[in-house]
Ligand binder design. Structure first.
Ligand SMILES: [Cu+2]
Length: 385
């Protein structure tokens, strides 16, 4: 730890109780913030290395100017004060001085702007990428679609995996508390990844500090950015645009792997997707649909409607809801098309998942309709529109 870190820590310990709290919870988060971290995240890309360098270069220039200007000022004030008998000089205009104090700052500004512009231009250059991944921000999770390059066709949703119990202080908090997801974005090391960002509802922002990437994800727009990770490992970030009640619960986790491991991951993911892809004519039993629906519910709906189906605030309870216990068509409609703050699920999760989660909500908690909704029912409803 450097001197500054030591001094800061000493100060924190002085603040009694606060110091004690720090001592308990100090452990570095792998791929995330480090204990007493003051500098930017350790770089995992060349762009981030340049950002580090630019930051320190400018900080040093500013510090030198600060010390110089204030040094001269205080020296003059103390040395030429009235009690020492100083007499103020009286003069007007000095072309030489004016030229000097225009040209020198101009040179300094150019000296800072040139390398900064070079890096900003490089950050925007998304050409010649090896893999293109579209990421979509949802309230409150991230969707990833591998749209070009190795892994093309893979898509999944990535949701917070920290348990509700741990958030509500009913279970211990892990070292990656609120910075862990069920399905990580996986990319090969050393390959240029072009990232296209957009959003489904409100503005979110995708970032991994160690990559030097932060890009808004805006509904109705596509933006792009890129990174080339130079280290194998797991890197963490968080949605960086205030996006509603659970803004803090949509972390971003990227796992950088070797090209061989990436190929293996692609093969495994493809197999998994093929297995999960629905045969729309297949008829499932109530128990099968409830079991699948419970998983879909936990991953996609519980954030708003709560795991116990009781809702919270403006999110209505599904337990004993008139829509859930009413005609099936009404529920198909709200799931497929959304309504106000209720997202549209058509195209976000599969028709099979929609059928399963409807079955689940109609048969969970106090709801006991005994109805089984099949994938085919959803396909037919959609076609009828
Ligand atoms: Cu967000």
């Amino acid at each position: 730890m450097n001197l500054f870190g030591k001094v800061t820590r000493a100060l924190l310990y002085l603040v009694g109780a606060f110091g004690a709290a720090m001592a308990v919870a100090s452990e570095n988060m792998p791929g995330g913030p480090q204990v007493m971290q003051l500098n930017f995240a350790a770089p995992a890309t060349k762009i981030m290395q340049e950002i580090h360098w630019l930051h320190w270069m400018m900080l040093v220039i500013c510090a030198v100017i600060f010390v110089g200007v204030f040094g001269v000022m205080f020296y003059s004030i103390l040395k030429h004060r009235k009690s020492l008998g100083a007499k103020s000089a009286s003069f007007h205009e000095s072309t030489t001085v004016e030229i000097i104090w225009t040209v020198i700052p101009l040179l300094i500004v150019i000296g800072m702007a040139l390398p900064a512009t070079k890096t900003v231009v490089a950050m925007k250059d998304t050409t010649n990428s090896d893999i293109t991944i579209k990421t979509t921000g949802y309230q409150w999770k991230w969707g990833y679609d591998y749209i070009k390059g190795e892994g093309e066709g893979i898509n999944f949703l990535s949701t917070l995996s920290t348990s509700r119990e741990s958030i509500n202080n009913l279970a211990p908090k892990s070292n990656t508390y609120l910075m862990e997801v069920d399905k990580e974005m996986v990319v090969p090391v050393g390959k240029k990844i072009r990232l296209i960002t957009t959003a489904n509802d409100v503005i979110h922002a995708w970032t991994i500090p160690a990559f030097g990437v932060k890009q808004d994800a805006i509904p109705g727009f596509v933006r792009d950015t890129w990174f080339r990770a130079e280290k194998i490992g797991t890197f963490r970030g968080q949605c960086s645009e205030l996006c509603g009640a659970q803004h803090a619960f949509m972390p971003i986790v990227v796992r950088v792997v070797s090209p061989e491991d990436y190929t293996a991951w692609v093969a495994e993911k493809k197999k998994e997707m093929a297995a999960a892809s629905d045969d729309p004519s297949k008829v499932y039993t109530l128990d099968e649909q409830k079991e699948r629906g419970a998983k879909v519910y936990a991953a996609n709906c519980a954030a708003c409607h709560q795991p116990n189906g009781k809702g919270a605030g403006t999110f209505p309870a599904l337990d004993a809801s008139k829509v859930v216990l009413g005609p099936k068509e009404g529920q198909y409609n709200i799931l497929l098309n959304g309504k106000n703050a209720m997202p549209k699920w058509s195209g976000v999760i599969s028709d099979g998942d929609i059928a399963a989660v409807i079955t689940y909500t109609r048969n969970a908690w106090g709801n006991k309709t005994g109805e089984v909704i099949q994938t085919q029912d959803i396909v037919v409803t959609r076609a009828g529109k």
